[in-house]
Each structure stands twice: as C-alpha cells, then as structure tokens.
Design a protein around this ligand. Structure first.
Ligand code: SF4
Length: 211
C-alpha cells in the first residue's frame, strides 16, 4: 500500500491561502514544482494573468520555445492563434485584456513515438480552481485543443463536432482546435472552419474585449 496524504498540499505544491489575490495565486503557481519528476526540462510554470482580463485562453501546454522564453504562444502556433482571433501581438500579450492559463503550465515533454506529450494531469485540477474564481472580469473563455475542451465541457463529442457546434457553448465558451501545423491539414478537410468558425470567433473575441 502506498503512503496516504492526510490533509495539506501535496509535496511540490506551494499552497495558497483562501484570501489570496489573483496575483498572489499567480505567484504561487510560478513556484509550483508538483510534478517535477515528470518534466524533462524541469518546472517552469507559464501563464499570463491579470484581474482585468476579459478574454481567457485555456490552452494545452507550453512548447519548448515558450519554456525557454517564459512567454506563452511565442511560436508559430501563437502566430496562427493570433490570426484566428484577429488580435495583434500588443493586444494578445496585454494581460489586462487576455489571460492565458494552460491545462499544463509547464512543458510536459514529448511522447516516445513523437509529438507533444499531453498536459500534466495534475495541473488543471490543482490550479484552475484556485485561479479562475479570481479572474472576475472574463467574458469569454477559449478552449484551445481537445484536452481543454474535454476538461471543461466534458467528454463525448469528437473535436470536429465540438468546434462545428461552437454556438452550443456561447456566449461563455468557444471550443477550438490546437493551432499547430497539423490543424492546417485538418482545416483543409473541414473548410467550414475558415469560412464559418473563424469569422464567428473574431466577432466573439471583439465583443469580449469591447468597452
Ligand atoms: S505542470 Fe502545473 S502542477 Fe506540474 S509543476 Fe508545473 S505548474 Fe505545477
């Protein structure tokens, strides 16, 4: 039988007082080392948070470039996502407008057969309940990638169907594929993504950030 933890945060979790502010929660998340043994490049939690943010991006996990720079979506996927949203870099990287909280705040590594490993399963269950209630001004949450969609909306529908039925989740959530190069192939097979989903996405993002 393994060791059972009775009360208190697990090892590597910096904990958080109940009355902590968002910025205190963000600082605590930065100090998290909970799943260090599983992280090939070590812990480096990456997020973008401010209490005034009106758009929240729940993404998958940082890649190696983001891990090295400490900046989320500072790569080709980020360029693609900014294009989808109709946002320039200044607005995208303004934490007073856009918050970014991935399913895994640290780079989770690669799968043995290639491709990025899935987000660390410890991260979102631990940190999202601590951070999301402190983001009180968010009007729209983008769920970027199958992991975020499943975690927030629940299992059931395939990714393409979730995205095609984006209207079911509005006005609070908008499901999207991960903006990796693979999605270019996927979008060619699903032309409604460019002709219908992207224009609707830009409208919703603009609505969320207005005023
Ligand atoms: S992935 Fe999340 S839970 Fe794991 S060490 Fe990084 S911040 Fe902590």
């Amino acid at each position: 039988m393994g060791v059972t933890q009775r009360g208190g945060p697990p090892p590597g979790d910096p904990g958080l007082p109940a009355d902590a502010t968002l910025m205190e929660a963000a600082k605590a998340a930065h100090a998290c080392t909970l799943c260090a043994p599983h992280l090939p490049l070590g812990p480096r939690p990456i997020h973008q948070l401010h209490p005034e943010a009106r758009l929240l991006i729940t993404s998958q996990a940082p890649g190696t470039k983001a891990h090295l720079s400490g900046i989320p979506f500072e790569d080709a996927s980020g360029e693609r996502l900014r294009d989808w949203l109709g946002l320039d870099r200044d607005r995208f990287f303004d934490p007073r407008q856009v918050a970014i909280l991935p399913m895994s705040m640290c780079y989770p590594g690669r799968l043995p057969r290639g491709g990025d490993a899935p987000p660390r399963p410890e991260c979102a269950p631990l940190w999202h309940p601590r951070i999301l209630p402190r983001l009180g001004n968010v009007r729209l949450r983008l769920l970027v990638g199958a992991h975020a969609i499943r975690f927030v909306l629940g299992p059931g529908l395939p990714l393409a169907e979730r995205v095609a039925r984006y209207g079911d989740s509005l006005p609070t959530h908008f499901p999207l594929p991960h903006p990796s190069w693979r999605t270019l192939v996927w979008a060619k097979r699903n032309p409604w993504f460019d002709t219908q989903v992207i224009p609707a996405l830009r409208r919703e993002v603009s609505r969320a950030l207005a005023g």
